[in-house]
Each structure stands twice: as structure tokens, then as C-alpha cells.
Design a protein around this ligand. Sequence first.
Ligand SMILES: C[S@@+](CC[C@H](N)C(=O)[O-])C[C@H]1O[C@@H](n2cnc3c(N)ncnc32)[C@H](O)[C@@H]1O
Length: 376
Amino acid sequence: MDSSRSLEHVLSMQGGEDDVSYAKNSYGPAAALASSKEILTSAIHSIKLTKGCSYSHLKIADLGCAVGDNTFSTVDTVVEVLRKKLAVDDGGAELEIEVFFSDLPSNDFNMLFRSLEGKVNGSSQKYFAAGVPGSFYKRLFPKGELHVVVTSSALQWLSQIPEKVMEKGSKTWNKGRVWIEGAEKEVVEAYAEQSEKDLIEFLKCRKEEIVVGGVLFMLMGGRPCGSMSQFGDPDTSVKHPFSSSMNQAWQDLVDEGLIEEEKRDGFNIPVYNRSTDEIAAGIERVGGFKIEKMENLRIADHMNDRQEELMKDLDSYGRTRANLAQAGLKPVVQAYLGPDLTGKLFKQYAIQAARDKEILMKNCFYSMIAVSAIRV
Ligand SMILES: C[S@@+](CC[C@H](N)C(=O)[O-])C[C@H]1O[C@@H](n2cnc3c(N)ncnc32)[C@H](O)[C@@H]1O
């Protein structure tokens, strides 16, 4: 993966509905959405549509929508709250709502469109739906077009691996691991720079696209302010899908002579968890938005309260952990390693995850940041 173009064309969650699909492994983002529902609801209540802006036709976009229950539950919340609010504010005038589901072109839009039929027609809160393929780090809509933009569990994905991290032998070459947790300071800083650039590009585009008075709601992977670690919590740091087991599985491929060390070192997961300070700084720098609320949420891993039960069948536990990792990473890894080695990697991942009982017993929490802002 050496350029934003290539990442944009291979990054997606695993489509379909089998055991490794994102649709079957999106508990974490679902829990984060549930925890931040109040912030989203209150943001929509703050929408201030100005005179000359029609109340009768509102446009919502979900950026990085993927496919699965979360895709629809976010939009359902927005539609439901908007309808209730405008019924009060506007005397129940007929409201038509258009929803744009947007993600990178490799997202499983086929499945999304197939699921839509039942969702849109089966619900009493009807809306018109469209799919918009493209990166949210670029313009996706005409100026002043959107009233509500939501993005959940997506903005921690960077537009590209920082170029510096791809310079072999440099201080920013991420030797011995595939992500930044536990990496050298220079590698983490290179990611932080990329993250800052990306957030600014994202906000500049949304500043153009959202009408004055409209709402931007962002829910993204986060970390405590001032923490070099992506989590600020040592247990999560070893148990997260992108850390220990992932590094061990890549090392197994190296040890078995299936790939060169350099090949492993050249693969990096394009994810960076921002702090609230970094997000606030980006919003201030771009201007045009007033933060309504910003909260750091602590989301418990869905396996935390099943440790005793999971301990009884370690192979199955290992596979469950590997499925979760694949749901987010398989398409990117496959583009880099090809299908055979990818299969081997995640098999090793399952073995490594099953091997470490001490890690199994640790509780894991994901830090997520929810921000709501009004376009001013
Ligand atoms: C973890 S999923 C979250 C999906 C869903 N919003 C949820 O809450 O479950 C992240 C999504 O962000 C998308 N994504 C990542 N980078 C993106 C980009 N630059 N532009 C648009 N979508 C992107 C991925 O393709 C993926 O579908």
C-alpha cells in the first residue's frame, strides 16, 4: 500500500454476511452508537435551518456507512428525531427526506442496496435513498447541499499510510510491527501528522457541503489526551485486534519463511485514534463549525463478561477473535498478501489469540470520541 489512491481502492470492511463479515462483527461500533445516541439526538435538536432553506426536503449523509445493522440504525435515529422535531417546529408540514449512504467504492454496496428495500419500505419513517461512492477526504456533494452529516467509527481510518513510514531504513520505518501501538515515537508522530492533515481535509469538505445551521456528528476511535498509546489502557493495548495477536501472526509468517521481514515491515494498518485535543484543534483551524458537545466514551468489549465461558473452548475463542480482526482488515491484507497468505495469516492469528489465556482474562475497552457541531 504505497499511496492514497491504492488504499482508497482496496479499503473496505469485509462484505457479505458470513462469520468474518463486518455485518456479523460490528458489536463495538454498535455499542459506541448506542452510547452516543443522546449526543446525536441533542445535536439534531440543535439544527437551525435559516429562512430560505426549505424544511420540506432535508438531506442526510452517512459517511463511511459500511453495511449492516449500524448503517441503518444511525440513519433511523436521525430520520426519527428530525421528523419529531420538525413536526413541532413546522406544524407537521410534509417532510421529504433523502439519505445518502456513502463509503469507499469497494464497500459492499450491492448488499446495502439489497437490504434497503426492506428497510425503507418496511419502515414507517420512509426516506429516499442513494449510494455515493468516494472518499470522505474529498468533496462528495455540491455546496450547501446537506442538512445532517453523520459518520461513525470511520474517521480513525486514514487516507493513506504516511509516506515517511514507507521509507525503508528511516527512523519512521515501522520495523517489527504492523501498527503504531508500541511503535517508535517517530512512527507515531508521522501517523499523527497524517491524521491532522486528513481531519482538516475532511472538515474543509464538510464545511462546503453542509448548510449553515446544519449538523455534523462524528463518532471516531479515540484515546485520552496526552497518551502516546492509542488506548491509554495497558490491557486494551495488548488485547486489541490490531496489536499482540496481529503482530505475532505476521511474525509466524516471517518465521515460517513465507514472507520476508521487509514485506511485513512494509505493511501498516492505516488507523489512528485521535484525542479530543487533536479533534478540537482541527475544528478550530478549519472554522465554520461550533462544537456543541464532545465526549470521550469508554466502550466495553462485548467479550468482557464472557471470559469464563470462552475459556472452555479456546479454539473457538481464537477463531472469534480472528473473525473480528478479519471483518475490518481482510480486504486490505488480501490486497497486500494475496488470498493464500491472508488465509494463513488469520489462521495463525486464531492460534495466537487462543494461546494466551492471560490476555483472554483481561478486560478490553475501546475509547471512542463523539462530537457534534453546528455549521455556523
Ligand atoms: C468500522 S466501519 C464503520 C461502519 C458504520 N458506520 C458503523 O458505525 O458500523 C468504517 C467504514 O469507514 C469506511 N471508510 C474508511 N475510510 C474511508 C474514506 N476515506 N472515505 C469513506 N469511507 C471510508 C470503511 O470503508 C468502512 O466501511
